[in-house]
Design a protein around this ligand. Sequence first.
Ligand code: NAP
Length: 332
Amino acid sequence: MTKPAASRRLHSTSASLERICGSAASNLESSVVKSMASGAAKTALDEACPALTVQRATEASGHSKQIISKSEQENDMKIVIIGGTGLIGSKTVARLSVKGHDVLAASPSGGVNTFTGEGLDKALAGAEVVIDLANSPSFEDKAVLEFFETAGKNLLAAEKVAGVKHHIALSIVGAERLPRSGYLRAKMAQEKLIRESGIPYTIVHSTQFFEFLGGIAQSATVGDTVTVSSAYFQPIASDDVADVMADVALSQPINGVMEIGGPEPFRMNELVARFLQLANDPRKVIGDPHALYFGTELDDRSLVPGAGARIGSTSFEDWFDHAPPRRSGVAA
Ligand SMILES: NC(=O)c1ccc[n+]([C@@H]2O[C@H](COP(=O)([O-])OP(=O)(O)OC[C@H]3O[C@@H](n4cnc5c(N)ncnc54)[C@H](OP(=O)(O)O)[C@@H]3O)[C@@H](O)[C@H]2O)c1
């Protein structure tokens, strides 16, 4: 059976990364170093290449809004990645730099702050694409709403002045179904600003990253006990998310939402327990259907992507074996 176009594109991205990663690592490094702190650039490079082992099987079947790739020739766009030093940001920077684009990793540590507006005009000058991968330093309800609203307004206003042609943001599968969560309300406020901005856009709704399992456990820990929801979720590896973000950056805006998720649904309590056990963490995990997940109860549909979602192929076991997880205190 012929693979869908989106799947073919992911495989070709993977193949070109594979060719480039071995031989041109030093080129990539110098290109990335132009736009971000050198330590972070090395991390991004190191992280991009192991990702090549990931099989990028993706099914886009049934999705009404297929993305259309721009010509492979267009490889010199200026792309600004807000939050380019973060987990997904640094991996996305590496993937787009490999392709020869002029990638700017923007973050407060490098003098670009979407919350205060510092450095934005200069960073966005000449940019065609902006990918917003920033996260709020605080997850407290009021603070996180203020962060995404203020940062969103500042960023979109600066993009209008700069004439940006595609704004891309990473949000969360099910955010629209869970208004009791302060964090998810803030993500919906961010999305509303984007929809109303008049700038062509693509919003990617991802499920939870495997890297966030430690954060989920941490946020639900009292003493030595972790009490988490027993609802289904379908987490994804950050490498698979970054593959999609890079692919979307080189595609036309869909002016809508596309969903991505991991290959397999799990009951949250069962996967958190497995993760802690593999990490030799002695905490006991209890599954409770009424346990709150960042302020809201979940049902078995809440965090699971729909039938048309693009599916990353890295399994939990593959991820755990290849990317030793940060165990706790991860605020992603
Ligand atoms: N965690 C999940 O499971 C999950 C699932 C779906 C979607 N998401 C979304 O994915 C996005 C990226 O998450 P992540 O885990 O990759 O984030 P992360 O690793 O926590 O990185 C956050 C980034 O945001 C930057 N940042 C913070 N404040 C900023 C500001 N005022 N202006 C500009 N940049 C700022 C940080 O810069 P510094 O390094 O300088 O501090 C850092 O680069 C978030 O929007 C999140 O909502 C997360």
